[in-house]
Design a protein around this ligand. Sequence first.
Ligand code: IMP
Ligand code: MG
Length: 180
Amino acid sequence: MAGTNTPESAIRNLFSAVEIAARVEALAIEIAQTIPGDFVVVGLLKGAAIFVADLVRALDRAGARPQLEFIRLSSYGAAKESSGHVQILGTVPTGLAGRRVLLVDDIVDTGHSIACAAGMLRQCGISGLWVCALLDKPARRQIEVEIDFVGFSIGDVFVAGYGTDYAEQYRHLPYIGIVE
Ligand code: IMP
Ligand code: MG
């Protein structure tokens, strides 16, 4: 069928669904052992939606009982490069004052998104903050951010799949691949 979509053959496999599932399970155990007591998972939409969905169920298996909230951030548009200008779109979750929060994103790249979300959460008066990212691209960092739990550290490549997109394509893929 004719269309403007990049064909999936342009995605080179990086982490299989099986590898991702194993890493998510291990991350959940690490998180459950590190964060004391009750906490709230705050996922960043849209990229982290699929990771968060798997992570909270893995946390349940690891004995944690997290609550779940989401924040929607803007930044990339259709480009592969971050604009560096991050905005919170829509409503901010209420009731976070005094709570321990695990902020979850799909990828930390320049660091601007995590820094923006962490700043907003601190303004809400949370009592503790931990950050979890499925993928970390340390070579791309523009501002320093502390990440407590990292799934996989990768180089300066653009990836898609398992929630992450290239111009809104590929979020549905069960694996993560490099966009050629
Ligand atoms: P940062 O603000 O530059 O750290 O960018 C973080 C956001 O950009 C992440 O939440 C991702 O949604 C998106 N992003 C960064 N790198 C990639 C990539 O390689 N593929 C898809 N999305 C990406
Ligand atoms: Mg994102």
